[in-house]
Design a protein around this ligand. Structure first.
Ligand SMILES: [Zn+2]
Length: 181
């Protein structure tokens, strides 16, 4: 029997929401298309993540750029809207969906560039890629540092999750393996 996309995604994400890292119950899980279907995003696992229903609804048919903008605008660790409102920090959609472009001085492409740089570095390393999660995290930190960038722990988590969600790395406990080609 074929695995359902949502089950597959939940498994590869370790059972937590792609965006807020909270444990995700099946009842509250939904499949979010990073590039929305309305913008020709594909249905493949490459383009899909499992996340809280509330954040999926919030993102609607925003472009990937807009979504990254929303995430980057959050103070500290990203929390999906349903949990944010329980924390006396109501997220009003009109607040996170500004009509004006958000903070143009921090290009949203920055994170994508880090991702690309990290991927290129890992490819270059060949057989000497970090075998453990902690070493991989250190490698990512140093790649970003070399690019004169900065990366918060939360952004580092997100970058690792992206690598995982895109099938570039597989985790087995603290061990990491790669499918970079
Ligand atoms: Zn969430």
């Amino acid at each position: 029997m074929a695995t359902k996309p949502i089950d597959r995604l939940m498994f590869t994400q370790g059972g937590v929401c792609f965006f807020c890292n909270s444990p995700l119950s099946k009842a509250n899980a939904s499949v979010e298309h990073l590039v929305p279907v309305s913008r020709a995003g594909s249905n493949s696992d490459e383009n899909c993540v499992a996340c809280c229903k509330a954040v999926n609804a919030l993102f609607g048919s925003m472009s990937l750029k807009e979504k990254i903008g929303v995430i980057l605008k959050q103070k500290g660790h990203f929390v999906c809207p349903s949990k944010a409102s329980a924390n006396s920090q109501p997220v009003d959609t009109s607040e996170v969906l500004p009509k004006m472009p958000v903070t143009p001085k921090v290009p949203t492409s920055q994170k994508v560039d880090h991702y690309t740089a990290v991927l290129a570095d890992l490819k270059k390393r060949g057989a000497s890629r970090p075998r453990k999660m902690e070493t991989l995290r250190n490698t990512i930190r140093s790649v970003v540092k070399q690019a004169k960038g900065s990366l918060s722990e939360a952004q580092l988590d997100t970058l690792v999750k992206h690598l995982q969600a895109n099938g570039k790395i597989q985790l087995d406990g603290i061990k990491v393996s790669y499918s970079l080609t």
